[in-house]
Design a binder for this molecule. Structure first.
Ligand SMILES: Cc1cc2nc3c(=O)[nH]c(=O)nc-3n(C[C@H](O)[C@H](O)[C@H](O)COP(=O)(O)OP(=O)(O)OC[C@H]3O[C@@H](n4cnc5c(N)ncnc54)[C@H](O)[C@@H]3O)c2cc1C
Length: 431
């Protein structure tokens, strides 16, 4: 009998599951259900080239419409799945339609964390998660617009970089002492702070937004009030203060959740034939020996592949070194690994030259790297972490050793898989 896989969520992970199922030889029915009214698209350009007007809309899409038709992947867009009946193996859509599944994949991603202050519903306050979000604010991305960006994470910094290049008057408000404070070291945060100031961004760190007021009473201008007593006027406010995983659908079906939908290394939830992948999933990572919920294309793609393999009966545990990138001005930041718990940083290269890498170690072992305009260090660090090679701090720092030779020391233990081989492909697809 033909089996049906239903995928809830038409984002990067959902699309990957569908594509990988076909590539893996699954010849049953595949139905992709998404509440956004468009085919799956890549989000990274939304705060980079697409926001800058440098990328055509059709290039955002993971696959063109003709592809889904060709490989017989059905899609139903613009409508949410509102319930799962796990004992009957049925999902219900908002319209009342029901759909039977043999395998159900939850790739529901996340939604923006709302600004927790009064006036946050001001008409000039925008978020940046979806294509619709960007398109709603694009006509304001013109010279002279006063923009306040709230949030010093990747999305806030990228938005500020694009805006200031377009001649907007940009103020960036950061709650922590330095930008990127949640994900990187003070060294890297301070570097990006200096870069943005130099580019003309007015940057205020260590300050929280306490209210949004309407200046003038007609909804045209917002006044952003901060804990330090600043009151900054804005024609446009963009908020980027994090993501909340979409777990409610899973939770109400009795699926275990804890900072995301809990899955095992094969992407399986605690309920038979239900899987999760991408931003919404919390998985065990054998490299770091802890559970992680990641918000990255790498994770959405690789977990999507894992879930598809599991459904095809070709189980392969998910065991990847996480990686991420951010583009700001002439800088490409590439991060490999997770730096949580580091006790030493090693800087390779010269910060002032805007080309350097910061390695994060714990007890002499490499945990992560932030490579700024240093692709070779990024690639080799992924290899070192993935293969659990011990490389001394002195060696990592020594520029007389070419970056690609840094890992040429005896392998201590761990995986021998080459985790670097997809780099060029993956980064090119979204660049
Ligand atoms: C502006 C921006 C820039 C980024 N830049 C980078 C970057 O440079 N590098 C990087 O690695 N990552 C980046 N990311 C993160 C990356 O895009 C995400 O990690 C990735 O898109 C996650 O894919 P996903 O499929 O898990 O989730 P999503 O892309 O969020 O897709 C989930 C989809 O499911 C839908 N959905 C949810 N619930 C339901 C339901 N009940 N019924 C139907 N549909 C539902 C959602 O509306 C959404 O369309 C960026 C993200 C953003 C927003």
């Amino acid at each position: 009998m033909t089996e049906t896989v239903v995928i809830v969520g038409g984002g990067q992970a959902g699309a990957q599951v569908a594509v990988s199922l076909r590539q893996g030889g699954f010849d049953g029915r595949i139905v992709l259900l998404g509440d956004e009214p468009v085919l799956p698209y890549q989000r990274p350009p939304l705060s980079k080239t697409y926001l800058a007007g440098e990328l055509a809309r059709e290039r955002l899409f993971v696959k063109p419409a003709a592809f889904y038709e060709k490989v017989n992947i059905e899609h139903q867009l613009g409508e949410a799945v509102c319930a799962i009946n796990a004992s009957e193996q049925v999902v219900c859509l908002d319209s009342g339609q029901t759909l039977h599944y043999d395998h159900l994949v939850l790739a529901t991603g996340g939604r923006v964390r709302p600004l927790p202050c009064s006036g946050a519903d001001h008409p000039q306050v925008n978020y940046l998660r979806t294509l619709a979000d960007v398109e709603a604010m694009q006509d304001k991305f013109t010279e002279g617009t006063r923009l306040v960006v709230i949030g010093g994470g990747y999305i806030g910094l990228e938005t500020a970089a694009v805006a200031v290049k377009h001649g907007l008057k940009v103020t960036l408000l950061v709650a922590r002492p330095t930008p990127l404070g949640r994900v990187t070291s003070p060294e890297v945060g301070k570097f990006f702070e200096a870069v943005h100031r130099e580019a003309g961004v007015t940057l205020r760190c260590d300050t929280e937004v306490v209210a949004i007021e309407d200046d003038g009473g007609d909804g045209q201008v917002a006044a952003v009030v901060t804990s330090c007593g600043y009151r900054v006027l804005a024609d446009l406010v963009v908020v980027g203060i994090g993501l909340l995983p979409n777990v409610e659908l899973a939770q109400s079906a009795g699926i275990a959740c804890d900072d995301g939908i809990t899955v095992d290394e094969y992407g399986r939830t605690n309920i038979d034939n239900i899987y999760a992948a991408g931003d919404c999933a919390n998985h065990p990572n054998p490299i770091y020996q802890r559970r992680l919920r990641l918000e990255s294309v790498q994770n959405a793609v690789d977990q999507g592949k894992t879930v598809a393999a599991t459904i095809c009966g070709k189980d392969k545990p998910y065991a990847q070194v996480p990686w991420f990138w951010s583009d700001q001005y002439d800088l490409k930041l590439q991060t490999a690994g997770i730096n949580a718990g580091y006790d030493q940083t090693v800087i390779r290269g010269d910060v002032d030259s805007r080309s350097f890498a910061v390695f994060y170690l714990r007890e002499g072992r490499l945990l992560a790297v932030d490579a700024i305009n240093r692709p070779a260090e990024f690639v080799v660090a992924r290899n070192i972490i993935g293969k659990n090679i011990v490389v001394s701090a002195e060696r990592l720092q020594d520029e007389s050793i070419p970056a690609k030779a840094l890992a040429d020391v005896p392998v201590n233990s761990g995986s021998t898989e080459d985790t670097t081989k997809d780099d060029a492909h993956n980064q090119e697809r979204v660049a």
